[in-house]
Design a binder for this molecule. Structure first.
Ligand code: MN
Length: 230
């Protein structure tokens, strides 16, 4: 029997457009806010942020109902600003010139598995790079985004605010993230960068509804539902 191949790339909606943003790679920044490093009591505050990746098909869109994932007792959210890349970045150019737009995102995390990886000095994949772990809201093209560098992010769980930050508190700013990531990988059109989370992460459960609001950007809302029968 012929395998049922995937037929379409992962697309994230673009505001007021019929075309989607085809996702090529998903990069994430770890440890980009001092208050989150403190709450995790992880390493030295002065250590640089770093990068990890999630699989492209981990994207979930606004309005998704996401089943509680397998293998964890400590499923957590991380509200983040997402940067969408629209052209190839070559060093020596203005990093913001390759930005296509911005979106609200959530870096869903199996925190217990991530902590196991840290304590055993193993890769982070089980805790970070699992199915449906990358909710991403509608992308707003950068021409329509004003003052994002001093914008505000807030994440609510069931209408109760759990995270709030301004982006001027990032350890690496968006241009610095693009420059440093560009030293390690060739950033290409279709890449998404989750830029790290502030303090206030905690566990979520079936029945919870999460909303990320970022100044000027389309809101991202998801809900967590019971684990799928397998
Ligand atoms: Mn994160």
């Amino acid at each position: 029997m012929k395998p049922k191949w995937p037929t379409t790339p992962t697309l994230v909606p673009i505001a007021d457009s019929d075309e989607g943003f085809p996702v090529r790679r998903i990069y994430c920044v770890g440890r980009n806010y001092v208050d989150h490093i403190r709450e995790m009591r992880e390493g030295d505050e002065r250590d640089d942020p770093f990068f990890f990746q999630k699989p492209t098909d981990a994207i979930e869109l606004n309005g998704s109902a996401i089943p509680y994932p397998a293998g964890t007792q400590d499923f957590q959210y991380e509200g983040e600003l997402v940067v969408a890349i629209g052209s190839t970045f070559r060093g020596g150019q203005d990093p913001l010139g390759v930005v296509f737009g911005y979106a609200a995102g959530i870096d869903l995390t199996r925190r217990d598995l991530q902590k196991d990886s840290v304590s055993q000095a193993r890769p982070w994949e089980p805790g970070k790079s699992f199915d449906r772990s990358a909710p991403c809201g509608t992308i707003l093209p950068r021409e329509r985004v004003v003052g994002i560098e001093s914008g505000t992010l807030s994440l609510t769980v069931n209408d109760e605010q759990r995270q709030r930050t301004t982006f001027d508190l990032m350890i690496w700013s968006v241009p610095e993230i693009i420059t440093r990531l560009g030293e390690l990988y060739t950033l290409q059109p279709g890449d998404l960068i989750y830029t790290g989370t502030p303090a206030g992460v905690s566990a979520i459960h079936p029945g919870d509804r999460l909303t990320v609001q970022i100044t000027g950007l389309p809101e991202l809302s998801i809900s967590i539902v019971d684990q799928e029968e397998s």
